[in-house]
Design a protein around this ligand. Structure first.
Ligand code: F6P
Length: 363
């Protein structure tokens, strides 16, 4: 059977374990040898006990766990050719020619580069007498399937990334909790949520948590945002509401591209409305805890589909990302997704917010 390795890379997210489990079990079911690579690309570079064969029971009782049981890392060594050379040697030693990478766009781009370089890496290894010419021939093709694991939902090509739904559950639980104490004291709360340069978590949290105001990167605050905010908060209080909730994405900005922070918002509310105001930064709580049913299913479906894609791949097959399109698991060319995701980042950097939103939607 084929040798498949699965690893998680970059920031963790809930549902990654479900994906790992599905890869292992689908792989074994189809007669493959499946390996874990621990600690992401770092484990691939370091080899040894970081690359170990998985069996059916090594993924028992993990579907309900948050994080990733095989560890994740942001790896510097893999960015250097020397590191990738070591990684290639470690994979060939184990007969691994198929990779399932679970991570964000950086991790998926790294995998694609690795694949493009693969034959030249093997050549160098033969030259250094680290592998034999027979090994080079036998393992000459590296296949890659990517799964997008991130709470941010910032990847083009898929409707939902693995972890986003669970993070939202965590966020709205926190908003609900804050609402009760805010009500008692007639307070205003500003809650900062994650998402990097993407406002998805903040926007959906605001809608589902009945927030009064939201700041997101894709809809930068106008120069009169302070007046608009105060008017809205006053309106709600006049209508009888005892509290206000403001959600601010960690990447929120104004029209000049300058950050809008929770502290800035608090100052506006306190100075103008004299409301008793508190800030809650949710932080990594959002990335932790048990995955939702949605993320367990999403991870499971994506993992199984990744193995199928690898099994069906031939020499000409381009690497793919397993995406959710409506309710379907589909295969999308990896580089197309990465390219589009980068185009969104560029549009944001160029302050072309509408274009960014359009590009993100058109996946
Ligand atoms: O990409 C996931 C994410 O949680 C972002 O929302 C956040 O900006 C970042 O990672 C935090 O990174 P770190 O875990 O390295 O602090």
């Amino acid at each position: 059977g084929k040798g498949i390795a699965v690893f998680t890379s970059g920031g963790d997210s809930q549902g990654m374990n479900a994906a790992v489990r599905a890869v292992v079990r689908m792989g074994i079911y189809l007669g493959c040898k499946v390996y874990f690579i621990r600690e992401g690309y770092q484990g691939m570079v370091d080899g040894g006990e970081h690359i170990i064969e998985a069996n059916w029971s090594s993924v028992s009782s993990i579907i309900h766990k948050g994080g990733t049981i095989i560890g994740s890392a942001r790896c510097q060594d893999f960015r250097e050719r020397q590191g990738r050379l070591k990684a290639a040697k470690n994979l060939v030693d184990k007969g691994i020619t198929n990779l399932v990478v679970i991570g964000g766009d950086g991790s998926l781009t790294g995998a694609d580069l690795f694949r493009q370089e693969w034959s030249s890496l093997l050549e160098e290894l033969v030259k250094n007498k680290e592998i034999t010419p027979e090994q080079k021939e036998k393992y000459r093709i590296l296949q890659i399937a990517g799964l997008v694991g991130s709470i941010d939902n910032d990847f083009c090509g898929t409707d939902m990334t693995i972890g986003t739904d669970s993070a939202l559950h965590r966020i709205i639980e926190a908003i609900d909790a804050i609402v009760s104490t805010a009500y008692s004291h007639q307070r205003t709360f500003i809650m900062e949520v994650m998402g990097r340069h993407c406002g998805y978590l903040a926007l959906v949290a605001a809608l589902t948590g009945e927030a009064d105001f939201v700041f997101i990167p894709e809809w930068p605050a106008d120069s009169n945002w302070k007046d608009v905010l105060c008017k809205k908060l006053m309106q709600e209080r006049t209508a009888g509401q005892r509290l206000n909730i403001i959600i601010v994405a960690e990447g929120a900005i104004d029209r000049n591209g300058e950050p809008i922070t929770a502290e800035m918002i608090k100052k506006v509310v306190v100075d103008n409305l004299h409301q008793d105001t508190r800030i809650t930064v949710l932080g990594h709580v959002q990335r932790g805890g048990r995955p939702s049913a949605f993320d367990r299913i999403l991870g499971s479906r994506m993992g199984a589909e990744a193995v199928m894609a690898l099994m069906e791949a031939d020499e000409k097959t381009e690497p793919c990302v397993i995406s959710l399109d409506g309710n379907q698991a589909v295969r999308v060319p990896l580089m197309q997704c990465v390219k589009q995701t980068k185009a969104v980042a560029q549009a944001m950097a160029d302050k072309q917010w509408e274009k960014a939103v359009q590009l993100r939607g058109k996946s």
